[in-house]
Design a protein around this ligand. Structure first.
Ligand SMILES: Cc1ncc(C[n+]2csc(CCOP(=O)(O)OP(=O)(O)O)c2C)c(N)n1
Length: 610
């Protein structure tokens, strides 16, 4: 019995399997790689999706565990626009909930695909890998669906035909759910019963390109009036600026429209902290990432002293503490009066695209902005890093900025959550071929992602270099900055860095404790042991390493690392004391102390923020 009964023989003969359709859909959305870990419920999926002799399969990259597979898929979504993760049922999918929560928070379209029991297995007997204590009276099959759904994600278990000869819509559903992830920039979770992978499903007809993925056009009216209003405010302004948020990260079209607009009228732009790395901070109009008193970058002076009109684009609807200077009241743009807010609520920000198309077409005056003069009088720029100084968090960013300033090759920074994350806001980043030169999960703030992210970054850099026929070596360099606690969270991923021949520099900021957020001396903060020899570890992964104590040594060895292939690690012996903290953290600590009423801190804070 088949579709023949229903739609005829010719229709029946051209039916693809669900696995074939899934593969086609994943490739349509740009997925050439899936990160995952296998298992019996995923075996059919792996067979169906893998690279095949027709060359139309997908490369399935093994990860060291499912959470890391999920994190790598998040990195993939950051830089490729979509991420794909494949695991087995429950034991495999549940460890991905952490990565899924990250994806929800950071707005990442990641498709979490999990194998599931065959439809014929369900309701017969309790199945291994399900959550089933031996006192249970019935079997539960849906815990993973419920867990992901509790994160606010769209979840679905695909289903086969209910009655023989009736349509099987599993392929179409898969496509619709993946499209939903793409359109909403949110993760989705899909379980695939293992007996459905090779079942025939109704064929789907994909549109010609992603642009036609049925998002409709801008349905918000009044664009012309908004454009006119902005133009009239620009007419009255002397020193306008754009303030750009992280909702731009998946919208290249809008990004380039905004850049074209900025360049046409010579209007400078700053980003939020969370949008750091999206723009070239060496560009003449770029003011860097702005976050009130925590800003070390060149544009702060202009933003706080000169700007008289702000166009705030694609920042978050709801205020996020870290992005508004930790509610210290020092974020000038947050409270700026002469401001137009363009938050963007439409799918794929089509409302904002329409506005910037309108603005770009207008004839308005050109402004007189010159970063050099804005910079010259800037008193906020970072500390000096002299060759003989001990290298630590207080001068790490400046040291790296000196190196990057003299090097045309972009460093793609991967700061790990901890002190490294805060210090990284003082980095001045160049444009990368990947469109991102600073990549972490700045808002969710999960430790443990830097190596799974670095792996994807380096894979892509290599692919790009190959496409450009520059041989194997990319001239861009992935640079992980990480505390010892964070590093030890994810050492198991090093095996894949070795296997993939990942060219990466890891700056290992060793202080033997979980320092950021430490309050007290409890055993729980001790993440390392004095006796631990990181060099032996790196050697096991065929990497090279050195301990660098001062700025000069660090700079010399950093340049050596850049020429080395595989893993290069620089151990920095960081001191967990106030003087050695990054400027960002010293300020934050001072603010907390002043809030607690410590008189010296209150005075010092007032002096800084006046
Ligand atoms: C998954 C996860 N667990 C715990 C935390 C809380 N946390 C933030 S920073 C930090 C300590 C970081 O220590 P380390 O990596 O050694 O870097 P350091 O701050 O000492 O430079 C902890 C435990 C977190 N952000 N994410």
């Amino acid at each position: 019995m088949s579709y023949e009964m229903n739609f005829g023989q010719s229709y029946n003969e051209q039916l693809p399997s669900l696995g074939e359709t899934m593969s086609e859909v994943i490739r349509f959305f740009g997925g050439q790689h899936i990160y995952g870990v296998g298992g019996d419920f995923a075996a059919n999926l792996i067979a169906a999706l893998s690279d095949n002799e027709h060359g139309d399969g997908i490369q399935i990259n093994p990860s060291s565990n499912e959470m890391h597979a999920g994190f790598s898929a998040c990195a993939q979504a950051e830089i490729d626009g979509m991420g794909f993760c494949l695991t087995t049922y429950m034991v495999g999918s549940l460890p991905c909930t952490s990565a899924a929560a990250l994806a929800v928070t950071e707005g990442l379209p990641v498709v979490f695909i999990s194998g599931a029991p065959a439809e014929s297995e369900v309701n017969q007997v309790a199945i291994h890998h399900t959550i089933h204590p031996n006192a249970s009276w019935k079997a539960e099959y849906d815990n993973a669906l419920e867990a992901f759904s509790a994160l606010g994600m769209r979840v679905e278990r695909l289903q086969g035909q209910r009655v023989e000869g009736h349509p099987n819509i599993a392929g179409q559903r898969f496509c619709q759910i993946v499209a939903e992830a793409y359109k909403n920039k949110q993760p989705v979770f899909i379980e695939v019963p293992r007996d459905q992978v090779f079942a025939k499903t109704q064929p789907i007809k994909l549109p010609k390109s992603l642009d036609n993925i049925c998002c409709g056009s801008n349905i918000l009216a009044g664009t012309e009036l908004i454009v006119e209003n902005i133009l009239s405010k620009l007419e009255q302004a002397q020193s306008p600026m754009l303030y750009l948020g992280d909702r731009l990260k998946h919208n290249d079209k809008l990004k380039s429209l905004i850049l074209a607009f900025a360049e046409k009228f010579n209007i400078p732009y700053a980003t939020t902290w969370f949008a750091k790395g999206l723009f070239d901070e060496y560009a003449p109009l770029c003011l860097g990432a702005y976050n009130g008193v925590f800003t070390q970058t060149v544009g702060r002076q202009y933003i706080e002293k000169s700007a008289d009109y702000v166009i705030d684009v694609a920042t978050s609807i709801f205020p996020q503490d870290c992005n508004i200077a930790f509610a210290t009241g020092t974020h000038k743009i947050e409270s700026f009066e002469n401001k137009t807010l363009l938050k963007g609520g439409s799918l794929l920000e089509k409302d904002l695209v329409a506005i910037f198309e309108g603005l770009l077409a207008a004839n308005s005056k050109t402004f007189n902005f010159n970063l050099f003069t804005a910079q010259a009088s800037d008193q906020y720029i970072n500390v000096m890093a002299n060759g003989g100084d001990d290298i630590d968090f207080n001068n790490l960013a400046q040291t790296l900025n000196d190196l990057q300033g003299q090097d045309d090759d972009t460093y793609v920074y991967l700061p790990e959550v901890g002190n490294s994350y805060f210090a990284s806001y003082s980095l001045k980043v160049r444009q990368s071929k990947l469109g991102r030169s600073w990549l972490t999960n700045p808002w969710y703030g999960a430790m443990g992602t830097a190596l799974p992210y670095a792996r994807v970054v380096v894979q892509r850099l290599k692919e790009k270099a190959k496409q450009e026929e520059q041989g194997q070596l990319s001239n861009e360099r992935a640079v992980v900055i990480i505390g010892d606690g964070g590093f030890h969270f994810q050492l198991n991923e090093l095996i894949h860095l070795l296997k993939d021949q990942t060219d990466v520099t890891i700056i290992y900021m060793r202080n033997n404790i979980f320092h950021l957020g430490k309050s007290g001396d409890g055993a729980i903060y001790h993440c390392n042991d004095k006796e631990f020899d990181v060099h032996s570890l790196v050697k096991a992964y065929q990497g090279q390493s050195r301990t660098c104590t001062n700025v000069g040594e660090f700079k010399d060895y950093f340049k050596v690392c850049k020429q080395q292939s595989g893993i290069s690690l620089i151990e920095v012996l960081a001191k967990p004391i106030e003087e050695r903290q990054s400027n960002e953290l010293r300020l934050l600590n001072l603010y907390i102390k002043s809030q607690n009423g410590q008189p010296d801190a209150v005075k010092a804070w007032q002096a800084i923020t006046q």
